[in-house]
Ligand binder design. Sequence first.
Ligand SMILES: NC(=O)c1ccc[n+]([C@@H]2O[C@H](COP(=O)([O-])OP(=O)(O)OC[C@H]3O[C@@H](n4cnc5c(N)ncnc54)[C@H](O)[C@@H]3O)[C@@H](O)[C@H]2O)c1
Length: 247
Amino acid sequence: MGNFSKQVAIITGAASGLGLVIAHKLLNEGVHAGLLDINESMLRDEFAEYKDHSEIVGLDVTNEDEVRNAVYKVIDRFGKVDILVNCVGITGMTNLRSHEVSSENLQLVFNVNFMSCFYTSKMVLPYMLANNYGRILHISSIAGKEGNAGMLAYSASKAAIIGMTKVQGKEYAESGITVNALAPAVIQTPLVDAMPEIQVKYMTDKIPMKRCGTLEEVANMAAFIVSKESSFTTGFTFDLSGGRATY
Ligand SMILES: NC(=O)c1ccc[n+]([C@@H]2O[C@H](COP(=O)([O-])OP(=O)(O)OC[C@H]3O[C@@H](n4cnc5c(N)ncnc54)[C@H](O)[C@@H]3O)[C@@H](O)[C@H]2O)c1
């Protein structure tokens, strides 16, 4: 597993949490990377040692033009894109029942979580098609498979990602491109730190292994999914839930 040299990856949400560890893992294994996040200064701090191998782009992934320009920048610098990993995500407001949910907040969560995956994959797919090779990984969530009470916007946006993954997997199945998703349960990151304790307890109590997943476990599984060796699985949502989902 894991010879990524001469490959080019784009990773969104690379300044923190899952995106940060996945970006470090792939850079350590030899990729050249486009690192995208709204928090550009954090990207510059975290990846200072990889200047020769990375193109840092500050952007808002909900803006299609900014996503297009970011992909152009990476292609200009490195000439192609082999791998896309979409890690940007927000929970939006949680611990609310559906009748209490703000439509504006639900729309925002869909824009950040789902539309960003659509915009980025729409932009990179033509380049992958031209090379007859690609690996796309959308980070979904166990909430998208199971539906977490109190998290309508988040759960529905993550289910939409799973739906898009199935569609894209089938559409590009004969082109050397795989499109998969990953559905982690709770992983300790700033996203989880920002949630109400009661909502986090609701999620961790459901994990048969009775612990959070680690960032290392996320990085290892993500690296396998986007490797050349993972070549006969597409349209699939990989599980990373300590036994919470067995499908
Ligand atoms: N942490 C968990 O337990 C967990 C579990 C399942 C799924 N996930 C998913 O994993 C992904 C990463 O989560 P995390 O815990 O690492 O979160 P995080 O908050 O640590 O990182 C998210 C990153 O996205 C960036 N971002 C947010 N909005 C943006 C925007 N509009 N444009 C550009 N960048 C933006 C943030 O600046 C941040 O760097 C998310 O999609 C999340 O839903 C996380």
